[in-house]
Design a protein around this ligand. Sequence first.
Ligand code: GAL
Length: 355
Amino acid sequence: MEQYWNNRQKQKQAIRSGELWYDDGGRHINAHGGGIIKYGDTYYWFGEHKDDWTSNAMVGVMCYASKDLINWRNCGVALSVTAPAINQTNRQGGRRRGGATTDSDIEQGCILERPKVIYNPVTKKFCMWFHLELKGRGYDAARYGVAVADRPEGPYKFLYSQRANAGTWPLEGSPMHFDEYLKRDFGTGQMSRDMTLFVDDDGKAYHIFSSEENYTLQIAELTADYLHHTGRYTRMAPGGHNEAPAIFKKDGTYWMITSGCTGWEPNEARMFSAPSIWGPWTQHPNPCRGPKAEKTFMGQSTFILPAGNQYIFMADIWRPRHPRDARYIWLPIEFEDGKPVVRWQDEWIPSTITK
Ligand code: GAL
């Protein structure tokens, strides 16, 4: 117990990657594969609620709020998955699972991963995108889902889920490299798994996702309301097997950190840069430094948060046997010769507090 309170005290003053991170109710924050937006003077952290024994979505997307990035208030469930109604007659189009029915794509027990939220100042809506796998189909569906809310913490209303950019070729025109799956999925839409969102300085937003059986990332422009694809998209690092994309822009250069594809097991981070979101993207060496840097400190990237004068690299240390206990890595990005470096630190204080 004493250890618990000591830890809580430490948590209040610094970010300590890999340790339990308590919310205002004294519970380990449950927002995995997450992302953050700042709205007003408050940061909102969205992430996957994970259960004790399954990584499937039993609750939905959680939201936490903070003004200092260290102390987080639990705002509850931002997007709820739909609980199956037992013993109801199957409505038309509904899927039947062991006697329970629901018409919802985001049925309890589906896989709902890597939710990200962006704010649209024109429509004044908070737009959430996530990776969705329909219940009972493993990772076959490979869809993205979209939900919307009037307030940052929700509740979010689920709008739809589907595959990406059906019937549309990428901007490059006729694809050439590792394009077997791109061609296969041309009619039904491109696969959409690990993902992030990015809003550029000009207000245009992009959806970046692992596609083509996770061989190739795709970067797709969003419509002005941030709720659909426009049909303009490019392929990045074809055949490179990248997951877990996280992106930021500094001094006109776009930087992306990704992982390789080894499921819940950690691997070596990759880094890319480009002068435009449309590329060309150039690969650089692993930006991580310090113990276990060759395994991304045992984590996998999820988001890069611009906060004050810093960029914070966020990653997940997955615990597939006890998913709720997965831990967070948050480290400030340093720059060496103009290139991002992620150096391990046992604890550090965000510049939003020290300034
Ligand atoms: C990882 C991915 C996670 C999750 C996991 C399932 O590669 O980044 O979000 O999908 O695989 O094995």
